[in-house]
Design a binder for this molecule. Sequence first.
Ligand code: PLP
Ligand code: COI
Length: 355
Amino acid sequence: MTETLDIKITKTTHSRLAETDFDNLPFGKTFSDHMFVADYADGEWKNLQVIPYGEIGLSPAISALHYGQSFFEGLKAYKHADGKVTIFRPDKNAIRFNKSAERLCMPTLPEEIFLQSMAAVVDLDREWVPSKPNHALYIRPFMFATDPYLGVTPSATYKYMVICGPVGPYFSKTLRVKIETYYTRAAEGGMGYAKAAGNYGSAMLPSRKAAEEGFDQLIWTDAKEHKYVEEMGAANAMFMLDGKLITAEAKDTILDGVTRDTVIALAKEWGIEVETRKVSVAEIIEGAKTGKLTDAFGAGTAATIASVGSISVDGEEYFLSDPKTREFSQKVLATLDAIKYGRAEDTHGWNYLVG
Ligand code: PLP
Ligand code: COI
């Protein structure tokens, strides 16, 4: 049996629940009443606490701010019709959390702390888990370096925190995406597979340029030749081409997504051939031209299954079929939702019960 950790709980004296408009929840702007904080010092995690959500005091010299020793995870908790609350596949995020930590020379976090910290906040804030379709409580665990020292060296102290907030889907419409053939998100030997804060910062300029041209997301390509599709800015890119589900293999330039893994598992169970391999821009464009590309979507926790409506490359835009008519992504979305919201049996053991 796993040990129950000693987490000190201080409840808020002023809940913001009543003043929160659950019909208007732009992603990432609303936070629940509590958060989790723990400190790493002298080689161990200590001071495990749930406290009211709010500002924290930090030295302006912390190395997270200067040198980017900072990373995060993203998960969701769902409310079932019977009131149960479950978190989707947190064991996978726990593994990825520690891969990110190792890549950034930061301490790993025991899986029990990862799971129980989230469960403690979500349990206390269970009234914040929305019950509306397509809505969930987004959970953001993160770690950052806190040594007030400007030497470029791994910090000796860190904070691990969890904040949460009710959300709808990250993307509210069918995506118009651009294949990026100049800027690079991640190169071999880099940290693309880590959920490092810096990966997102470096993507902002190319994303803004694409947004100015009217695009919703970029599809990143390989750093060497810009000939192979890698992933999107906040989701893995998946395609149904010639009846096969294809997506880039998970390697050091790509975030190994939990949603991607889940979609692959379901597709295999349905007898669909799955190929995780190098996916060329040329074959995707050819598929779009010939109609063999019958589905294209971003897969991610925040994004859920986000349909791609058109793909542009080198100034040419290729339009895909109406997302409502796409058999595969519609079935994946419906199946995933049924499992996450407890309407279908969780035969894979993907739902982690809170409370
Ligand atoms: N790729 C990037 C860059 C992401 O930020 C995300 C979101 O977490 C994903 C892929 C999808 O990963 P997951 O399905 O684990 O959320
Ligand atoms: C997630 O899906 O959890 C993400 O981290 C995407 C995001 C950067 C909003």
